[in-house]
Design a protein around this ligand. Structure first.
Ligand SMILES: Nc1ncnc2c1ncn2[C@@H]1O[C@H](COP(=O)(O)OP(=O)(O)OP(=O)(O)O)[C@@H](O)[C@H]1O
Length: 703
């Protein structure tokens, strides 16, 4: 099919277009959802120029790729690149059929003006926001109405909130704020800029703020001190206690934050606050929540609807909300949160702006933090910060033209987790800066926490990595390694949790609590290692690697049973929310053999497989689910970097494909590296590393 067939608003042209769309769907290039959306519009306006229908199909396709809209101009310039078609270098050699026409062929002689004119001539389908057209065009951007609406909501709400001053920032409250900050932050810092203290002050100032920073820069530490300061001020001023909400986009991230917040709250030196005695300190400590739930649960998700129990008409009963791992927040979720949170209740986002954005449409945190590296603080903000913290912002970060949003964003710039001797920290920095030569140097510098392997390693070398954690040299270098005065556990592979599963299994007549404790330990050990991949398909994709790893583990006798079914030790990830089972997309569980107590009375207990998921809210801390009840799960010996967001592993290994792919970007590499807490192995050719460090994601959106 050529573009000539598209250039006439005739039934024939619609039919030719749909013939092409069907081929794309069959080839896995488009989702059926994209085609049916286009078909719906074609039925709604059979006379519409087929270019409008094509634009609709592609705008919907872009949503599936995380873009909130289609950039028409970019698509005209390079449709293949803009739409990432063919996807993930999908090979056609394997099929009998010829590949479908590439998108660029459909647009070969269609310029942006022609496309724009076609859209303007379809008022039933395309508008500028008024009315109820299914598509909205803003300049060169074409949206599905719902996403245009989310973007509008987020933009307006954020703008309103960044100009709303909190009670804590009022002139009269400033001395109390300054005294509280002085009490909780290290006075030894003196005049040196302590960005944690500054972030705390900036976040206390208006009804919306962001604290961003790389791994271990102290986001949690800072926000816990901020909560203490605000709760202290509320209580000291004779008001009622603040109702504080804490949430994260996934269950895994929520569980991790619960743990680190609880630890940080315990460490707070609250008796240093003015007029707070030991009893007062404990009262204050108890008023700082440590339990973190998912955003879905906070908003009150309801089965089979996108709507939540809490919205603008039924707002959340909160005075303050903290959302962690905000890089994973998509546009729709952010719009829902902003709608449901009372306008005067501050929203504080925590996250690493440089990480990959959510799989769903919209890179909210990245977009809102686009100017964070350079600060852009106004002289007014600098003066206010001086009175609240006694610190002066570096001139390089000042900008008299700074925007209101810039004043609400603080970037933490020092990593407390990765010291100067940490290869992981240095590698992450080099990748983030897009400096491929520096990346190469770090990889060759012999840091004890880094390993760089050839991705084409044979089975024996690959097995050493995924089963044992690496070669003897890596393990040897691990000996005696300390971080922050604590010994670091050695680098492990998947053999570690499987061995623990075997070695610590309770006897069949042990009480349930023993099995809960066992599952808890195995789930913890499972976090000791993870193989991360960029792709799903192909020989270096998740699916093929899961099969390969299962084969290696079976050969070593660490797992048994049918590879295609359920077996003890199978780690699984939930791929779709299941409200009935209270499981979320991204939750990871492990299959374990536990007693089937139903037969106890007559025949004695037998072993039966159940899948254990961490559930801190349950008394035993574990949710046990029958495998047959889990519909949308996949094995996770390997997982995509996208799916690993919000998780952390003692040892992470990242495999980059040999073939260049648009999904292998700087953000993907950075996110993969920063999943590693203590050890990182990179399986990639030097060319693949260079290509990834030099390519940054361009998410299209209008925030
Ligand atoms: N100012 C500080 N002085 C000393 N240690 C600190 C300081 N800030 C943070 N830390 C320590 O550094 C570690 C990481 O801090 P924290 O968990 O707050 O960082 P984070 O940015 O939230 O990390 P993550 O990337 O896991 O989200 C913790 O052990 C914490 O106690």
């Amino acid at each position: 099919m050529s573009d000539a067939r598209l250039l006439g608003p005739t039934a024939d042209a619609h039919a030719s277009l749909f013939a092409a769309l069907v081929r794309w769907v069959d080839a896995g290039w488009l989702r059926e959802l994209d085609r049916s959306f286009a078909a719906f519009l074609s039925r709604m306006a059979p006379e519409a120029d087929p270019l409008v229908i094509l634009a609709a199909a592609w705008a919907s396709h872009q949503l599936g790729r995380g873009h909130s809209c289609l950039d028409l101009q970019a698509a005209c310039q390079d449709a293949g690149l803009t739409l990432a078609l063919p996807p993930e270098g999908l090979a056609f050699a394997a099929t009998e059929e010829a590949p479908p026409d590439a998108p660029a062929m459909l647009l070969a002689s269609v310029g942006f003006e022609r496309w724009q004119a076609a859209l303007d001539a379809a008022p039933l389908l395309v508008g500028t926001g008024q009315g109820s057209t299914p598509l909205v065009r803003v300049g060169t951007r074409l949206y599905l109405r719902r996403y245009w609406h989310y973007e509008q909501q987020v933009r307006q709400q954020v703008a309103r909130r960044v100009s709303t001053r909190t009670a804590a920032a009022e002139e009269a409250a400033l001395p109390l704020l300054a005294a509280a900050l002085d009490a909780l932050f290290d006075p030894a810092a003196g005049q040196r800029m302590d960005w944690q203290k500054a972030a705390c002050a900036l976040a206390a100032r208006q009804a919306f703020s962001i604290i961003t920073g790389g791994p271990g820069t102290g986001k949690t530490t800072t926000v816990v001190r901020l909560l203490a300061v605000l709760q202290y001020m509320a209580m000291a001023q004779g008001g009622r206690r603040l109702r504080i909400g804490l949430a994260a986009p996934t269950g895994k991230a929520a569980a991790r934050l619960s743990e680190s917040i609880a630890g940080a709250v315990q460490k707070l030196p609250l008796d240093r606050l003015p007029n707070v005695d030991a009893a007062g300190a404990e009262e204050l400590r108890a008023a700082i929540p440590t339990s973190v739930g998912t955003v879905h649960r906070l908003l009150g998700s309801r089965p089979d609807t996108r709507r939540f129990r809490h919205d603008a008409l039924n707002p959340l009963p909160l005075d303050l909300l903290v959302l962690d791992e905000a890089s994973m927040l998509d546009l729709e979720m952010m719009a829902n949160v902003l709608a449901a949170l009372p306008e005067e209740a501050p929203l504080i986002l925590l996250g690493d702006k440089d990480q990959l954005a959510s799989v769903e449409a919209g890179a909210v945190l990245g977009d809102l933090c686009r100017r964070a590296d350079a600060g852009h603080y106004t002289p007014q903000t600098a003066a206010w910060l001086r009175s609240a913290t006694g610190q002066s912002i570096d001139d390089a970060l000042l900008d008299p033209q700074g925007q209101p949003l810039d004043q609400a964003v603080a970037k933490l710039r020092v990593s407390w987790r990765f010291g100067a001797d940490s290869g992981i920290g240095q590698l992450a920095d080099a990748v983030n800066a897009g400096r491929s030569e520096r990346v190469r140097d770090v990889l060759q510098s012999g840091f004890s926490d880094l390993r760089h392997l050839d991705p084409a390693s044979d089975d024996a070398a690959f097995a050493r990595l995924v089963v044992d954690g690496g070669d003897d040299d890596f393990a040897w270098r691990a000996k005696g390694r300390m971080v922050q005065g604590q010994p670091v556990p050695p680098p492990v592979g998947h053999g570690h949790y499987l061995q623990r599963m075997r070695d610590t299994q309770p006897p069949i007549d042990a009480p349930q609590a023993a099995f809960d404790g066992w599952a808890h330990g195995v789930l913890g050990a499972l976090g000791g290692f993870q193989l991360l991949c960029a792709l799903r398909r192909g020989p270096q994709g998740v699916e093929a690697l899961n099969t390969r790893i299962a084969r290696l583990l079976r050969a070593r006798g660490l797992i048994e049973g049918d590879a295609s079914g359920w077996y003890a030790g199978r780690p699984v990830m939930v791929t779709r929310n299941d409200y009935g089972l209270d499981l979320r997309n991204g939750d990871v569980g492990v299959t374990l053999a536990v007693p089937d107590r139903r037969g106890v009375a007559s025949t004695g207990a037998a072993w039966r497989l159940r899948v254990a998921f961490a559930a801190p809210e349950l008394p035993g801390g574990v949710r046990w689910v029958l495998p047959s009840r889990l519909r949308d799960v996949e094995t996770v010996f390997a997982m995509t970097v996208h799916k690993s967001q919000g998780s952390e592993f003692s040892h992470a290994a990242l495999l980059l494909p040999e073939q260049p792919s648009p999904v292998v970007t700087r953000e993907l590499l950075y996110t993969g590296i920063t999943r590693a807490r203590h050890w990182f192995t990179l399986l990639a050719s030097p060319q693949a590393v260079r290509a990834a460090s030099e390519r940054a994601v361009q998410r299209v959106g209008g925030l």
